[in-house]
Design a protein around this ligand. Structure first.
Ligand SMILES: [Fe+2]
Length: 361
């Protein structure tokens, strides 16, 4: 094959190929057919790699110069860029990696080089390229590398989306509750730590601990539905107003209905004002009717209310809290849990809870 015969494969930016034309639109990423920008200044290599990629099911756009590659990259959307490291003596791969990083979504870049050097590899790492491969490349290696890099990129992207959604749950929602009821600033995050400490000491399994952290974080979310004039009323509430406030576990249970896979989280939120002796609300459950993680949440929540200063009371000293837990063992609280906490506080003071790991999820 003469060198120029490869050129029709090397399409530069002259227009879409047959495979490109079959793809619906330049800007939307197709979920089935991955679009690849392939850059190399050697027409034969470009043609060979292009053929291998198209045979492997990719939609390929070819470019043989830095300028045309950058132009295509800025104009179209790609799942992956594969570029030679050098164009003549010029550094091509890194310049393209810079442009790729600015794009949203940002396609991963695989750099190919026929002259692997330590400096080149270091530079590539600095530019956050997804992989460096050495030419000549077999079609199998090329396809396997492309599929792996695309898969890893999609996983990382999905992970980032989940983390962002998780931040809404673990940060935005508790802040919303605290904005509604500023007297409880930081309360939910502290209760998470206290509950986690107790769950560890009681041997609660990891799956239940994760649900308990979420329940602790969101236990007062139902307060969003309580009118401000009642929630932030200075002074004592009337009996009717108290009944409205007592509705917040039920409201929390309803707000959390979309957490379909976390029925236990909803349940423990619903039960966080129950008592061991059955005199709590909303259901008047008694003893082990409330599961251990739920009983831990009840105690952790009260501990924070006592240990922190509130508008209506100063922070209680440890001795006073210990006395209350001893007095309320078997009444308000699970007797074993209450004794565990009272003993721990007596022994270590507030350091008993200071071991709480600083993590939510
Ligand atoms: Fe509450």
């Amino acid at each position: 094959m003469r060198r120029n015969e490869a050129l029709p494969m090397a399409r530069e930016s002259a227009g879409p190929s047959a495979t490109e034309a079959a793809d619906p639109g330049d800007t939307a990423l197709s979920p089935r057919r991955h679009r690849v920008l392939l850059v190399d200044d050697d027409p034969d290599i470009l043609a060979g790699l292009c053929h291998a990629l198209e045979t492997g099911g990719f939609v390929v756009t070819c470019a043989s110069s830095l300028g045309s590659a950058i132009e295509r990259l800025r104009r179209d959307t790609f799942h992956l860029v594969i570029t030679d490291l050098y164009l003549g003596d010029e550094d091509l791969g890194h310049a393209i990696a810079d442009v790729a990083r600015e794009r949203r979504p940002s396609p991963p870049v695989i750099v190919m080089t026929g002259r692997p050097t330590f400096d080149g590899a270091q530079e590539a790492l600095r530019n956050h390229v997804a992989d460096i491969v050495v030419k000549p490349l077999s079609p199998e290696t090329l396809l396997a590398t492309c599929r792996r890099v695309i898969h890893e990129t999609e996983l990382a992207r999905r992970n980032a989306e989940l983390e962002s959604a998780n931040r809404v749950l673990t940060s935005v929602l508790p802040r919303t509750i605290e904005m509604k009821d500023p007297t409880t600033s930081g309360h939910a995050a502290r209760v998470v730590g206290y509950a986690e400490t107790l769950a560890n000491k009681c041997g609660v399994g990891e799956a239940d601990r994760a649900s308990l952290r979420l329940a602790a974080l969101l236990h007062d979310i139902g307060k969003i539905g309580i009118p401000d004039r009642i929630l932030t009323k200075p002074g004592a509430l009337t009996a009717d107003e108290m009944e409205v406030v007592k509705g917040h576990p039920q409201l929390g249970y309803e707000v959390l209905a979309p957490l379909r896979d976390h029925e236990d989280v909803r349940t423990w939120v619903y039960q966080h004002h129950e008592r061991w002796d059955g005199r709590g609300y909303p259901q008047g459950l008694a003893g082990e009717d409330v599961a251990l993680p739920g009983r831990i949440l009840i105690l952790a929540e009260v501990y924070d209310a006592l240990a922190e200063q509130r508008s209506y009371k100063p922070a209680w000293p440890v001795e006073k809290i210990v006395a209350l837990f001893r007095d309320q063992a078997g009444r308000q609280f699970d007797p074993e849990l209450a004794r565990l906490v009272a003993d721990g506080l007596e022994r270590q003071g507030s350091r008993f809870f200071a071991e709480a790991p600083d993590r939510l999820f």
